[in-house]
Design a protein around this ligand. Structure first.
Ligand SMILES: *Cc1c(COP(=O)(O)O)cnc(C)c1O
Length: 496
């Protein structure tokens, strides 16, 4: 098989193998690594339908990570998708209220970030070995709440790595914060910042693209890498569950091989939906990619008008993991629809960081025909949670509810009856207060863990281990800093 090359979205001369791209995380000048082409699936959908999650993951990963051996990939996959997940299905597909919910929250930290972050440490340490890396890898991560914990859980005590997580001090749910600040592991550091997610992400990207800082780190024996979805090692494992979902729809007798399927993805940084798009380019029969936003509806406006405009108020919602105005992975789509033109893409991205806005042309907009964008208000999200609970006894989290609302809007706008998979991105236990409040305001007066017990009573779903373990866990991280102190905090942690 020929080697798949990754290119930077901002410089056509910068190329990397898959393992080099994973190691580096981000390309130079703030660019993102993208596959030069997307290889076609070389196993039939019928055969994939007979495989379990690990089998499907292997068939996808082997096409995208061509410089890994079969043995290496199977080692990574087997160690990632094991009993850390509370179901052997890994990502169950359940039918509720006219849609198929792909439950991506059965991993260690009960959000979909586990799907990629349980394998990323294995991919990264394997990449380090393959490339004869002699430095300690420092994972720098900005989180809107879920990536942080999933990355910490994946990298804690992994030899040869350290991990620093920055989160918006007042922009995550109480359970999300507790999960992060109780993290054990000598190689971990969790830092709250006075700012929002975009500030955290911008600060991290700045450290990545600072050549002087890179030199200082290298002299001290360190190299940065990323656990955010700007790392291609996050996106590729996420492609696998769309193939898995499609083939489970086949197994459930809903579709035959080749029939179309739509997906609805609650979107923030555009990583999850981009993985679905890549799966489509790989040959998976996905018809529409429905991009669901919360009240931070910058992507909805973009799909409507072709204008990406981040100059607007940042709204704190009940779906904090989607409270984002600069969706990093959209850059990978922009690069593609402007003809894989790094110069043109750079001009858009420079406009975004300078003026805060860019406008794509009509030809580019035509390339977006497979996408549909819409958004849900806070009130719509709450009533959706209540409605599906009352009709089905099924309790979904706030992010998934954004997607469910947008699915309704899509159906009434188009009348499209194609079988549809909704990416269910978090357990309701992670957003207990918002979820219980949506069902009945009488829960307002209860404490966070009392709410957890009430949620169990209503849903009949046992309290996940991820929640039990933080009930009594001691707080280990209490640093809070300003956005311009992020670099100093990283250096302090590394002792340089
Ligand atoms: C991260 C996250 C999202 C958004 O996913 P992106 O890949 O950033 O678009 C949605 N829901 C939950 C629960 C998340 O943790």
């Amino acid at each position: 098989m020929s080697e798949l090359i990754y290119k930077s979205t901002r410089n056509k001369a910068e190329t990397a193998t898959a393992s080099q791209a994973i190691l580096k995380g981000l390309a130079n000048q703030g660019g993102l690594f993208v596959p030069d082409e997307i290889p076609a699936l070389d196993v039939s959908l019928e055969d994939l339908a007979k495989m379990d999650y690990r089998g499907v993951a292997y068939e996808v990963l082997k096409l995208m990570l061509t410089d890994f051996t079969e043995e290496e990939l199977k080692y990574c996959i087997d160690h990632a998708y094991d009993s850390k997940f509370d179901t052997t299905e890994i990502a169950p597909l359940v039918k509720k209220a006219g849609a198929y919910y792909l439950e991506l929250f059965h991993g260690k930290t009960i959000a979909f970030k586990d799907m990629a972050l349980s394998i990323l440490p294995y991919l990264l340490t394997t990449s380090a070995r393959k490339n004869h890396m002699d430095k300690e890898i420092v994972i720098l991560t900005a989180t809107s709440g879920d990536t942080g914990k999933a990355a910490l859980a994946g990298f804690a005590d992994v030899p040869g790595t350290r991990i620093v997580v920055f989160y918006p001090k007042n922009g995550v749910s109480p359970i999300q914060e507790k999960q992060m600040v109780t993290q054990a592991g000598d190689n971990t550091r969790v830092i709250g910042i006075h700012g929002n997610f975009d500030d955290a992400q911008t600060g991290v990207k700045k450290m990545f693209s600072d050549p002087e800082l890179a030199k200082e780190l290298a002299d001290a024996g360190f190299q940065f890498s990323s656990a955010n979805s700007i790392n291609i090692g996050r996106l590729v494992p996420q492609m696998a569950y769309y193939v898995y979902a499609y083939t489970r729809l086949m197994n459930q007798g809903v579709i035959k091989a080749g029939d179309p399927m739509n997906v609805v993805v609650p979107t923030g940084n555009f990583g999850n939906i981009l993985a679905a798009y890549y799966a489509k380019l790989m040959g998976l029969p996905i018809a529409k990619l429905v991009c669901a936003s919360n009240e931070n509806k910058v992507l909805f406006d973009f799909f409507e008008t072709g204008v990406y405009d981040r100059k607007r108020e940042f709204i704190l919602t009940s779906s904090p993991s989607m409270d984002i105005l600069i969706s990093s992975n959209l850059e990978r789509l922009i690069y593609r629809i402007c003809g894989n033109d790094a110069e043109k893409n750079s001009a858009f991205m420079n406009a975004l960081s300078g003026d805060g806005v860019y406008t794509i042309d009509a030809d580019m907009k035509k390339e977006l025909a497979d996408f549909y964008g819409n958004y849900a208000t806070e009130a719509e999200v709450a009533s959706k949670i209540k409605e599906v609970y009352e009709a089905e006894g099924y309790i979904m989290d706030t992010h998934t509810a954004v997607a469910a609302c947008v699915f309704d809007k899509y159906k009434s706008a188009t009348g499209d009856a194609t079988p549809t998979v909704i990416a269910s991105t978090a357990s309701p236990y992670k957003f207990t207060r918002s979820v219980m409040d949506a069902i009945d305001t009488k829960y307002d007066s209860l404490g966070d863990f009392e709410l957890v017990d009430e949620l169990t009573k209503l849903s009949g779903v046992p309290v996940p281990g991820a929640i039990e373990e933080i009930r009594t866990a001691p707080v280990r991280h209490d640093i809070v800093c300003e956005k311009d102190e992020m670099e100093a905090e990283v250096k302090r942690f590394l002792g340089i």
